[in-house]
Design a protein around this ligand. Sequence first.
Ligand SMILES: [Zn+2]
Length: 504
Amino acid sequence: MKYLPTIGMEIHLHLNTKSKMFCGCANTELAPPNTNICPICTAQPGALPVINRQAVEWTALLGLAVNGAIQPEFRFERKNYFYPDLPKGYQITSANHPPIVGGDIAVGGRKIRINHIHLEEDTGSLKHDSQGLPAAAGRGQGVTLVDLNRSGAPLLELVSEADMTNGWEAKTFCQELQLIVRTLGIADADMEKGQMRCEVNISLRPDQQKEFGTKVEIKNLNSFRVVERSIDYEIERQGQLLDTGEKVTQETRGWDEKKQATVSQRTKESSHDYRYFPEPDLPPLTCDQTHYEKLQAQLPELPIAKRARFETEYGFTAEDARLLTADAPLASFTENTISELQAWLVSLETVEGNPEEIWDKNKKKLIKLLGGWLTSELFKLINEANASMAELKITPENFAEFITLVYQNKVNSTAAQKILRMMFERGSDPSDIMNQEDLAQLDDSAEIAKIITRVIAENPDNVAKYRSGKTNVLQFFVGQVMKETKGKANPEMVQKLLIKTLKH
Ligand SMILES: [Zn+2]
């Protein structure tokens, strides 16, 4: 490539704590405007902030999860600036003395380094007249109201090093971070809901040049797709500017969905002086060894480890392992189904021996079958219904039973698809559906032979064709027999018996 892109990210995450960062107000925006407020988060004179312990512990937990170093001490400062949604006139932040320094997240086999993670408070929010203000506020055009429900909500900011080089890496970095915080249970990180906000800075420089090029910021990116596209667009745009000898302007850009392009929002004004100084009402916080060990013990299995385990323990392909662990309810559904299958297999009367050995010998085929039905057929049904795993009516017990029906050839694949759809719609037991709907596979060879004899007798022309060497009419006969049996016949058996009969 002619130019090397250098990409860094700043990601804000709303923590899921019960209360706000420095007061006891509920940490939710789902309330009528200005009802989740108190003297602290509305900055009344004399109000004193108190640090939310849960928010601090969760920040440390994330630090551990991304291999960062918990600092022995961190502290809060006041970042002074004026904005209508910031009643105090300053934001309390730990950006300059952060609780977590360093760390990394693996993206496509590369480690993207983290500069630091810090904790701060969110601002309130402004509602402009275009956003459907309540009637009472209808005082003509140009009205802006402030809602302080979000004021003081705990906000975590992760600042990456500028290690990324394309849109895909940046998107995947954000997705992996989302998966990690969801696994830790500390944030929902839904970008569409503004619970995760990404900012990108990006510059290009000629291949051999050491100094970085002019940096452009892209803000207000509200989905992973937009993160990826805006970066790839920006690489293209800046590359063209450099090609024609033009200068890249240092500015902030946003994404225009209609144009599928980044657009200039503002050029860089002179850098702010935020006059940081230590927050006099809050003490510095320390993390001792006992606390550190307690946090270590709280760490659940992380996405990267879970993916690896799905590959080694169950034999899923890398792609299936990624798909099946991308969502916590799906991963546990898969694992619960597998343990049901294991229990079923070792309980079969036809197999004898050590349960572990039986499982090890047979699991490959069963799990491969399970992986296929999960990632193709079940995913298809979920997507069609626009549903989520959490809403799934099928239990792991029933899904495991379904897999055993297919595994034992009790149903053919056409019937299995029908059964799965009914399970998805009604949540019923697969064997019940099979019996009620008369979908069990017909593999009584005498019965099938009878039907074959009839089909052959009714189609002398095609029999002649077959016998003269046009063997592709076999498919016609298979189709006829399947039709006669309402799709229930064992297709392999039909094929074999037909070949045998047609030879005579
Ligand atoms: Zn409050």
